[in-house]
Ligand binder design. Structure first.
Ligand code: MN
Length: 285
């Protein structure tokens, strides 16, 4: 058993996105392809509705999946497939853009701090033009597991012991855990040695890898190196973090804003089609 150690620490950066949403970008365009198969992670978190109410009006996606996980607050969405609804606290939206969708994501003002995440998962060349797929997962469908070491884990995707998360039949196999450790608790997780794995601390602090490592504070992400086990401990403070892993695609990335393909030509075609009104290949009948 080889424990994974921290190879790189990322500081989430304040960024403006959509129609003027202030958020924290944990990683993104400039970090590719370090996080392969993941492209981007945004952390929304603000007690001030002015920071998020402008939302993300109608925009296209192609070639990727967007995974939205709300901790507190709600986001109203609608898309070109005819899906419509509200993602509430604890809900997950796993949206496979495939050949293309056009959607909007509009936060509602909420009590306290709005908190949530959006992860972009790249699609392999073989699936970039697949029919779009939409999955709304409600909070009650996400199993919460307590391990013998005292870790409280919400299993969104992947497998923990006998428990499998509700986001199944994924194109790119991944694990998406929301983990809480009380002070003194720890979490160990075995996974394939070549999978990319990162941890993003959003509350408290944790030690990743060897127990002698430096604590990682809220707002920081760690990329873990090669190995078949992840160890996380909370020796000083309680912690909340996302632990996400996936099998790398090892394919060329041509990235233009909300559209991610393999070649510049495919990217140019996508934007031409969007301008020309032929972008949607699998629209609702
Ligand atoms: Mn979007």
């Amino acid at each position: 058993m080889q424990d994974r150690t921290v190879t790189r620490v990322f500081d989430a950066q304040p960024t403006m996105e959509g129609a003027g949403v202030r958020l924290k970008r944990v990683f993104g365009f400039h970090d590719r392809p370090l996080l392969d198969p993941f492209l981007l992670l945004d952390h929304f978190g603000s007690a001030n509705p002015q920071d998020y109410m402008a939302g993300f009006p109608w925009h296209p996606h192609r070639g990727i999946e967007t995974v939205t996980y709300m901790l507190n607050g709600s986001v109203e969405h609608g898309d070109s497939m005819g899906n419509k609804g509200v993602i509430r606290s604890g809900d997950v939206q796993w949206m496979t853009a495939g050949s293309g969708i056009v959607h909007q994501e509009m936060p509602h003002a909420c009590e306290g701090a709005m908190q949530g995440f959006q992860l972009w998962v790249n699609l392999p060349a073989s699936h970039k033009m697949m029919a779009p797929r939409y999955r709304g997962i409600e909070a009650s469908q996400v199993p919460a597991v307590t391990t013998p070491q005292g870790a409280h884990v919400k299993v969104v995707a992947g497998r923990l012991g006998e428990i499998t998360g509700p986001a199944t039949e994924l194109i790119v196999p991944c694990t998406y855990f929301d983990v809480h450790l009380d002070r003194g608790a720890s979490f160990a997780y075995e996974l394939p040695a070549n999978d990319t794995v990162f941890g993003y601390v959003f509350e408290g602090e944790a030690v990743f890898g060897s127990t002698s490592g430096k604590p990682v504070e809220a707002g920081r992400m760690v990329l873990l190196g090669h190995g078949d086990r992840v160890n996380v401990a909370a020796p000083h403070d309680p912690v909340d973090f996302l632990l996400i892993s996936g099998r790398p695609l090892n394919e060329p990335i041509a990235w233009g804003g909300p559209i991610v393909m393999n070649t510049q030509e495919e990217l140019a075609t996508a934007f031409e089609e969007y301008r020309g009104g032929t972008f949607l290949k699998h629209a609702r009948h």
